[in-house]
Design a protein around this ligand. Structure first.
Ligand SMILES: Cc1ncc(COP(=O)(O)O)c(C=O)c1O
Length: 364
């Protein structure tokens, strides 16, 4: 039973509902950054992050970094790519496009492959692009929260490795880490990042995690002026004695809550399908586990449905993909809302959806 004040259930693709332990850990008393308590917490956090990123590779190095999710884009674009270098961005929606904009801001030369709405770029076109020039980096949004499209990593990683082994593969995992299995070795993901989404609500000041799956050599990580501070701070944070900028208690509590979490969310997709609704991600293999983007049936409008859900105590998000924004809504099912079924958050949301649709004139 949650000890939190009664509040509307936040079921958007991030931020998400808090786990009680995570919320409480954020009021932890201050302690010395060189004291045994902090050092132990920090060490445990790093070990558990390896588990969360599903790697046993001893060279995989997680970093805990303070900042918003987009900071991860900045860290990558500012530190791992030089102005004028080529980057291939695989986009499946708004956030892939945002990552691309970030590279352009830092002066990279951009090639973007965009999937059809609700789909993803396919391997043959990616191979063609990879053979056309030498890319410093390929980026992929594992789950784009604007569309709920899941990108495939295993074959992509093999392709990059075989066609262009020097190219870095960067995965934006804001809405996928802890929701999806990472493909097993031999997979070559070089940088993977995680925001607060799958993290049981872990928030500032330590909610952002990067995992370098291979040691980045000097060639890959040239430091440039001011911007390089981001990466230098990240490197410093690996050493607990220099880690006082971050307070990892909330991250630690969040990971603890996740490591033993139940999996298997197929029933949520089924409940949506049983209402006769279609997902933006059309191919079942490309559908995210932690969220669902749902097309609205005739005659329902998002501006009518969302307030009805809110009245039933459920907060969902509207569409943000520029081509289809008014035609769909977004439902986040991550963190404690799924790991603690006793809360009944998801049942409440499905019931609210069914009733809301009916009130808007749609009958399943
Ligand atoms: C896939 C993805 N990448 C990056 C971001 C940006 O994260 P933030 O809003 O924390 O800056 C988001 C935000 O929703 C996202 O869904």
């Amino acid at each position: 039973m949650s000890s939190q004040l009664e509040h509307p259930t936040l079921l958007i693709p991030g931020p998400i509902e808090f786990d009680d332990d995570v919320l409480q850990s954020m009021s932890h008393y201050s302690e010395s950054h060189v004291g045994p308590g902090f050092v132990a917490t920090f060490g445990d956090t790093i070990s558990m992050l390896r588990k969360l990123f599903q790697t046993t590779d001893p060279s995989a190095q997680p970093f805990v970094i303070s900042g918003s999710g987009t900071l991860g884009w900045d860290i990558v674009a500012a530190n791992l790519v030089e102005a004028g270098e080529d980057v291939l961005v695989l986009s499946t929606g708004y956030f892939g496009d945002g990552f691309a904009d970030c590279f352009e801001t830092y002066g990279a030369k951009l090639t973007k492959l965009t999937g059809t709405v609700g789909g993803r770029p396919q391997l043959p076109e990616i191979e063609k692009a990879l053979k056309s020039k030498k890319f410093k980096m390929v980026t992929v949004t594992h789950v784009d929260t604007s569309t709920g499209v899941l990108s495939e990593l295993e074959n992509l990683s093999k392709l990059v490795k075989s066609v262009s082994p020097e190219t870095l593969l960067v995965v934006d995992g804001v809405c996928s880490v802890a929701c999806h299995r990472m493909p097993g070795r031999p997979v070559d993901i070089h940088v993977q990042r995680q925001g607060h989404r799958g993290f049981q609500g872990a928030q500032d000041p330590a909610r952002h995690v990067l995992c370098f799956h291979e040691e980045l050599d000097a060639d890959h990580a040239e430091l440039r002026g001011q911007e390089a501070v981001l990466l230098r701070d990240a490197l410093a944070a690996v050493d607990p004695r220099s880690a006082h900028r971050t307070h990892p208690d909330s991250v630690e509590a969040a990971i603890r809550a996740l490591c033993d979490a139940p999996r298997g969310l197929g029933w949520i997709k089924k409940a949506v399908a049983d209402l006769g609704l279609k997902q933006v991600a059309s191919n079942p293999e490309d559908q995210a586990h932690g969220m669902t983007a749902i097309y609205l049936p005739e005659p329902v409008k998002a501006t009518d449905l969302l307030p009805k859900l809110a009245k039933a105590g459920v907060v969902w998000a509207g569409g943000i993909h520029k081509e289809i924004a008014p035609k769909y809504v977004r439902f986040g099912h991550m963190g404690v809302s799924v790991t603690d079924p006793a809360r009944k958050d998801i049942d409440k949301a499905i019931k609210a959806l069914s009733n809301g649709l009916e009130e808007c004139g749609y009958k399943a």
